[in-house]
Design a protein around this ligand. Structure first.
Ligand SMILES: C[S@@+](CC[C@H](N)C(=O)[O-])C[C@H]1O[C@@H](n2cnc3c(N)ncnc32)[C@H](O)[C@@H]1O
Length: 260
């Protein structure tokens, strides 16, 4: 169901599996962080299926993303490197494999070093080799594309600066995670994540989709960086939150324009 629309931003309060409003071959860039299946309490989505069910769900929504992308469209997938809650799993490797089996081409993996977030919840066996747990305090941004890496569609208008390009082409990105409390969502990423992805991998005016919109962070980055944005979110309260954050970001953008 269409929840909100202006000339730049569209929010659908719907399931990524059910929505039929996005034309095939219409999206330049997808930036998203799917549910991680680590029993996070989202209002409308059960985040505690078996790993096999989780991968089956992931295959379904990634197939849809594949269809929505243009031939030179890109896909930035933010996922954990691995997880140890409910058994050790190589999430990054499994998703990359799954994406390739759907037809996505692999480009790169960016390591996101989230300085302020401790993912450490258990050591397994403490100071003992019997069964210790190792966990890396990083997440991944797997960069994939549909058919060709070289971008031929779009405005060709770049907005990445020399300093940003130099820094971001190094595949270890270090910036802080976002506070759940500040945003009011159980698993938001910081605006810096979609900002970097869109400035590196899309042109000004391109269409960017986030099929798991959550609190609307990707669309906030679209407002701030002149991209068209489409978001899909299952939960109505998060769709509402996203709408509010977009309104605030739009007012801030207008103020910036007036001050210039
Ligand atoms: C990891 S969060 C995304 C957070 C987002 N990046 C942000 O910055 O707020 C995943 C979101 O996907 C939503 N979700 C779960 N299943 C969905 C589905 N089938 N279709 C659309 N959204 C879904 C959840 O409600 C949750 O808000």
């Amino acid at each position: 169901m269409l929840y909100y629309q202006n000339d730049q931003i569209t929010i659908y309060n719907d399931s990524v599996l059910a929505i039929d409003s996005i034309p095939a071959g219409s999206v330049d860039l997808i930036v998203t962080s799917p549910p991680y299946n680590v029993s996070i309490d989202y209002n409308s989505h059960a985040d505690d299926s078996t790993y096999e069910e989780y991968l089956a769900f992931s295959e379904q929504w990634m197939r849809r993303c594949y269809d929505w992308l243009k031939d030179d469209g890109r896909f930035c997938l933010n996922i954990p490197l691995d997880k140890n809650k409910g058994g050790q799993r190589s999430v990054g490797a499994d998703f990359t494999q799954l994406a390739r089996s759907i037809g996505f081409q692999y480009h790169a993996t960016i390591i996101w070093n989230e300085g302020n977030i401790s993912r450490r919840t258990a050591w397994g066996s403490w100071m003992s080799a019997s069964a210790p747990f190792v966990i890396a305090p990083v997440e991944l941004i797997v960069v994939l594309y549909k058919r060709q890496w070289k971008k031929i569609s779009g405005t060709r208008q770049n907005d990445v600066t020399r300093a940003e390009f130099l820094e971001w082409t190094n595949g270890v990105w270090t910036f802080n995670g976002e506070s759940k409390k500040r945003i009011g969502h159980p698993a938001p990423f910081p605006v810096e994540l979609p900002r970097r992805c869109m400035k590196m991998f899309s042109y000004v005016g391109d269409t960017v989709l986030d099929p798991f919109l959550g609190s609307g962070t990707t669309l906030v980055a679209c407002v701030q960086n002149n991209r068209k944005g489409i978001g899909i979110e299952l939960d109505q309260r998060y769709s509402e939150l996203a709408h509010r954050r977009i309104d605030v970001a739009s007012i801030q953008q207008l103020k910036l324009l007036v001050e210039e």
